[in-house]
Design a binder for this molecule. Structure first.
Ligand code: BMA
Length: 325
């Protein structure tokens, strides 16, 4: 019988104890509930996040009482308190966009430096399946819709905020032959997409063995692009959505520098364990406070509420550097 590799196990344990204190739940969680929304809703969850005019803006997925979603902006000076929620939906499906028939879901936001505008990639739900769709805006009041980027079934998408040798990069999650891996694709003009390849595959048998998908938008750090992703395990009583991390090369984002073996947070609090869909934490937006190095990650809890976890960016990068290459 092979001897267990004690050194490996010691390293695994060291990382597992480190990971437990990496992310802290905001003490006043949840930050949004359907009850406090300015108009009737069934649930509020999976928000995109961006810094806009020195404030934190969340574009929240709001599911109405027909089961269709739209997106509504909420703004706060510190990203934690005193949220001002638009009194009416901010971005809704329109008749002339057939692909949006069953609503708009799960936005991710980046500021595109070269175009001096925000790009929002959301899922438009068409009867033909979910489609990764692009809209741009400068102020989150008026929007330009570009329609779907790639064919269905595809979700969990974000652009990178900058180009790579003149090409935009898109992270997304098509489902192909029933497999749900994270892919990356490139485009010279945000319209024609190619050079498609698998970026982060599922790991059969692991906590992220059933499905993976991008969480928040990619975040540029001195060590590489920080990728926060969700991983799904299928169990006898349903799926469990947890969160893992990876680091991509800054100039060649197809290259994975690190990937966490363990999940860095998962459903634990009562509002994450029980809701419209039990046992779901689903991060979709993050804001890094460059003064304090605090990373705020906004997520949907149990497809019902919006909650917040915070982490110190230096600690995240130190942890990732200790993860397998
Ligand atoms: C995913 C998406 C998310 C949802 C999650 C958990 O497939 O549809 O919008 O939050 O499942 O139900």
């Amino acid at each position: 019988m092979a001897e267990p590799n004690r050194q490996d196990w010691t390293d695994t344990l060291a990382n597992q104890s480190r990971v437990q204190s990496l992310f802290s739940r905001y003490e006043k969680n949840p930050i949004f509930t359907p009850e406090q929304w300015p108009y009737p809703t069934s649930s509020v969850f999976n928000p995109g996040a961006a810094e806009v005019n020195g404030e934190t803006l969340l574009l929240v997925r709001v599911e109405d009482l027909r089961g269709f979603s739209h997106l509504t902006a909420a703004r706060s000076k510190d990203g934690k308190t005193d949220w001002r929620i638009d009194p009416q939906p901010t971005l809704i499906s329109e008749r002339e966009h057939q692909e949006e028939q069953w609503g708009l879901e799960d936005p991710r936001i980046v500021w595109l430096e070269d175009r001096q505008e925000y790009a929002i990639t959301y899922v438009s739900f068409s009867p033909g399946g979910p489609l990764v769709t692009l809209a741009t805006t400068k102020d989150f009041r008026t929007f330009e819709k570009y329609g779907p980027l790639v064919p269905p079934e595809d979700k969990d998408a974000s652009l990178f905020p900058r180009c790579f040798q003149g090409r935009y990069g898109l992270i997304h999650r098509p489902i192909i032959r029933g497999e749900a891996h994270i892919w990356i694709s490139f485009s010279p003009d945000l319209k024609h997409w190619g050079d498609h390849r698998v970026l982060l595959p599922t790991r059969p048998g692991w906590w992220d063995g059933r499905r993976v998908g991008l969480g928040t938008q990619p975040i540029e750090t001195p060590e590489g692009w920080l990728i926060i992703y969700h991983g799904v395990r299928a169990t006898g009583s349903g799926s469990i959505y947890r969160v893992g991390l990876a680091l991509l090369d800054l100039e060649e984002p197809c290259k994975i520098i690190r990937r966490s073996d363990e999940w860095v947070f998962g459903p634990q609090a009562p509002y994450e364990r029980v809701g419209d869909v039990d046992d779901v934490v689903f991060p979709t937006g993050a804001v890094l406070d460059r003064k304090t190095n605090e990373l705020r990650v906004y997520y949907g809890a149990a497809d019902d509420l919006v909650a917040l976890v915070t982490a110190d960016m230096t600690e995240i990068l130190d942890y990732l550097k200790a993860c397998p290459g």
